[in-house]
Unconditional design. Sequence first.
Length: 217
Amino acid sequence: MTFLSVNKLVDAVITEDSDLIPFGCSRIIFKMDKFGQGVEFQITRLERNRELDLNGFTKQMLLEMCILSGCDYLPSLPGMGVKRAHALIQKLKSHEKVIKHLRYSAVSVPPQYEENFKKAIWAFQFQRVYDPATEDIVHLSGIPHDLSEDDFLGPWLPQAVVKGIALGEIDPLTKEPFEVLSVSFCAVLVRFLSSTRFFVSIYSYGKVMLVFSHMLY
């Protein structure tokens, strides 16, 4: 989603996943309700944030603040939340100085924490993603030449498999094609779900899309 955003292939991303902020997504809509109302985040307007003073924060500082407070790639240290992470990055400017400061402050910092922090940074910056233009895997941004081990950025997959996963034709776990549903089964499914909160859309032969009814208005 971030790749689509930074390459201006979409206007915004609607999500509840706050990790899109450290990924560098330029415009995000959080907490969207059925009336289309939500909370907008724009990375170009960081200084307007009311809860945290982000004046002078670079994208790198924002990324490191988010990682320090805890993310999918690295759990936070004991007692470390968003506000404390913000205060430390605002004062010391970089994760290296923050980690050094925490160690001198008798905070329990695991031996591999700094190395894992760097990997988390690289995962947010250079994650392998799908490019709809080339229909293949690319890095979110240009990968540095000195990054020798990059398995943690995601696996390389054959182009046919990658495209199939992106189109919803291949199971991303088994790497096998999804079973094609018969027309008669789709008809039964539509009748069965017509009285539920789901709206059924048959958008291609043998393919079904289920959408919660509250998403339609």
